[in-house]
Ligand binder design. Structure first.
Ligand code: BGC
Length: 346
């Protein structure tokens, strides 16, 4: 295994962002930048022996700075939506940015996807990775508590990208971290409608028109959201009234248990992705809003459905839904979650 660092580019204030390049013994290469803790590319060998980049992204830092689609990034403090950009903790109201009016989305105006993280490398003979660190100050983006966040990415020789999320606060707060990589197991130059998906979820959280959960936990059976048996993503996507999938699935496993929660398979490359997590939910997002106006890596125009996200997470709007698994973190606790994406040819 190998790891090295190169310069990526400068932010408007002159600070430099780097790219960390990790290569395993199978020649799988994962590239990450400390700007936004973003996975910029991940190449894996497919069943024909071709190297396939399975992560959508940009060629340069300027595009990531402009990006409003969260490509590859760490999302925080709160991945997904908080209704009316408002929550209360111990009788005190906290007003957040309504950056997707009327709601708060993915941490606000300057979420964890838009900050420069400190980092150190993990450079052991059989373990290569990077630890990103960021101190989110008390009341940053309206959230209480100084929050020390640590996100560790490791690439293994089994083509696993392991993401460990840790956070500690000095005041009671809400935390819901995730990664927003858009994957495409056919090399990112085509849509993902032929990908075959299974999600280990018999339920989901129905939502209103602004994608805030109604609070109900409903069965997927009999709906177009039933991926409990393998189905092509494209099979029923056109029947979705919002134009595709942008839904939170309630995973069958016990919250906290680390288990396989989703499988994706692309017949043309034979690439298979297994997703494991400790989280209770996963947001399936199928790049509904892509319309060909964004030009990604290799001059590819990203059109609708060119990627899928499986954002492992707590449920949307948990701060306002006391019956959902709690996203509260107290000063005496350590927030800790783990997600693994494993990709191999079949
Ligand atoms: C959200 C979508 C949103 C997208 C932005 C997803 O996580 O659920 O509604 O449009 O992020 O890239």
């Amino acid at each position: 295994m190998k790891i090295h660092v190169k310069a990526f580019g400068k932010l408007s204030d002159g600070r430099q962002a780097d790219i960390i390049v990790i290569e395993n013994d199978n020649k799988s290469i994962c590239k990450l930048t400390n700007y936004g803790g973003i996975v910029t590319s991940w190449t894996v060998p497919d069943k024909h022996g071709n190297m396939v980049d399975i992560v959508l992204g940009w060629d340069n830092i300027e595009k990531y700075i402009e990006d409003s689609s969260y490509l590859g990034a760490i999302i925080g403090r709160y991945g997904n939506r908080i209704a009316n950009a408002l929550f209360s903790l111990d009788g005190k109201e906290y007003k957040l940015a309504a950056n997707q009016a009327p709601n708060h989305l993915h941490g606000g105006n300057i979420g964890f996807n838009k900050v420069l993280w400190d980092y150190s490398l993990i450079d052991q003979p059989n373990e290569k990775g990077v630890i990103f660190r960021y101190l989110s100050r008390d009341m940053e983006e309206g959230y209480p508590g100084n929050l020390n966040v640590e996100v560790t990415y490791r690439l293994t020789n089994h083509n696993e990208l392991i993401i460990d999320y840790k956070a500690a606060t000095d005041k009671k707060t809400h935390v819901n971290l995730t990664n927003h990589a858009y994957f495409n197991l056919n090399g990112c130059a085509d849509d993902v409608l032929k990908h075959v998906l299974k999600i280990y979820a018999d339920h989901y959280t129905p939502s209103d028109k602004t994608l805030i959960p109604t609070g109900e936990i409903a069965p997927v059976k009999g709906t177009n959201l039933d991926f409990s048996e393998k189905k092509a993503i494209g099979e029923r996507i056109k029947k979705m009234d919002i134009g595709g999938y942008d839904h939170n699935f309630v995973l069958n496993k016990q919250p906290g248990a680390f288990e396989l929660i989703a499988e994706v398979y692309e017949p043309r490359t034979g690439l298979k992705m297994d997703v494991f997590t400790t989280e209770p939910g996963v947001q399936l997002y199928t790049a509904i809003h892509f319309d060909g106006s964004m030009t990604g890596k290799g001059s590819v125009k990203y059109k609708q459905y060119y990627g899928y996200c499986l954002e492992t997470q707590h449920f949307p709007d948990s701060p306002n839904k006391p019956h959902f698994p709690s996203t509260i973190v107290n000063p005496w606790e350590t927030y800790s979650q783990k997600t693994v994406y494993k990709v191999y040819a079949q």
